[in-house]
Design a protein around this ligand. Structure first.
Ligand code: MN3
Length: 240
């Protein structure tokens, strides 16, 4: 039996068992759990060229932290689901008990999206480098067109959501948008990079001017980190 099939059986059994549990089990708060808030890989003021330190502190320390806590709460008592890596959890949401599926979607999605988001910033911005630069030229029409199209896509997100660049295991890039905390990972598609266009990501400095935030964001990108993600995607080791 393959690992995947064995996991499917385990999840299936867990789902059946979970449905028979009283509703109050879902409401129990988990003080800790399988998922943890990653530390920022730089100081809170490292992205001042686009994002102020107070926004970074609230965004990471409150918003993202709340999603990690919410995810662990939703997973309370879910041994099989708790054992899954975050990306596999997102790829298997339909196997989760319906009572916790929305909480998992929102909180696991948010945890994955923000974990990616922190790692691709803290850099000097500028033009893309390395293999990513070549892929952008090949698949997205060059850096200027890519940046214009990406910002336009981010502007089209109605309400709250994300704009991403997805990557296949052969290195093909594409721009994608998702509402709320949804992620292409839910569709089995890997994420190279992405920008958070929820108002909490930019409102303190930019108020309602999302377009200005989208434009400034490129000034703090870390193309070295993005190239590392690109190499991992092609090696089949990129997770969230
Ligand atoms: Mn956010």
């Amino acid at each position: 039996m393959s690992t995947l099939n064995r996991r499917s059986l385990i999840l299936g059994a867990a789902g059946i068992a979970a449905l028979s549990l009283p509703r109050s089990v879902w409401a129990q708060a988990a003080a800790s759990g399988p998922h943890t808030l990653p530390a920022l890989p730089y100081a809170l003021n490292a992205n001042e060229a686009a994002i102020d330190a107070m926004t970074m502190e609230l965004h990471h320390g409150r918003h993202h932290a709340a999603q990690v806590a919410g995810l662990n709460t939703a997973l309370n008592g879910q041994a099989a689901l708790s054992a899954l890596p975050l990306d596999e959890l997102l790829m298997n949401l339909t196997r989760a008990p319906e009572a916790i599926r929305t909480a998992l979607r929102n909180n696991a999605g948010g945890h994955a999206n923000h974990s990616m988001f922190w790692t691709i910033m803290g850099g000097p911005g500028g033009a893309p480098t390395g293999d990513v630069a070549e892929a952008i030229t090949r698949d997205l029409g060059g850096f200027e067109k890519f940046r214009t199209d990406f910002n336009a896509a981010g502007g089209r997100v109605f309400g709250s959501g994300w704009v991403f660049v997805t990557v296949t295991n052969s290195g093909q890039l594409a721009i994608a948008i998702r509402p709320n905390q949804d992620t292409p990972l839910m569709d089995g598609i890997r994420v190279l990079m992405g920008n958070d266009v929820w108002e909490h990501a930019y409102y303190l400095r930019y108020q309602n001017r999302r377009a200005d935030y989208l434009t400034s964001w490129w000034n703090v990108l870390n193309w070295t980190a993005i190239n590392e993600r690109y190499a991992a995607a092609r090696a089949g080791t990129l997770r969230v």
